[in-house]
Ligand binder design. Structure first.
Ligand code: FES
Length: 105
């Protein structure tokens, strides 16, 4: 199987020029492009994990990428438990990583 490359001028989707956006992640500006999900912005910025599990504090980021696993949860503009893989980033979004407190048995 070979990869297929299509010249931009023949792409039926007719993508326009990239439009930049900036989100704040734990107070740090992260650059992205309009149309990316929050997970897409984070991954493009080289971040692979942004949450920790309640049991053991294991790092999590994108696992399924389609809204099924809930591994990618973040707080967005004060709203908790937003799936970063589904939520399109908007310029100025304030994203806070989630870290669950350790569960004591
Ligand atoms: S990566 Fe699975 S729900 Fe977002």
């Amino acid at each position: 199987m070979t990869s297929r490359r299509m010249p931009v001028d023949r792409d039926p989707v007719e993508p326009g020029p990239d439009r930049p956006l900036t989100i704040l992640v734990d107070g740090e500006p992260v650059a992205g492009t309009v149309g990316q999900t929050i997970a897409g912005v984070l991954l493009a910025a080289g971040r692979r994990e942004w949450r920790t599990t309640s049991a053991g504090g294991a790092p999590r980021g994108v696992f399924c990428g389609i809204g099924v696993c809930f591994d990618c949860l973040v707080d967005v503009n004060g709203l908790r438990d937003v799936r970063a893989c589904l939520r399109r980033a908007r310029d100025g979004d304030v994203v806070v990583r989630q870290g669950e407190p350790e569960v004591v048995a």
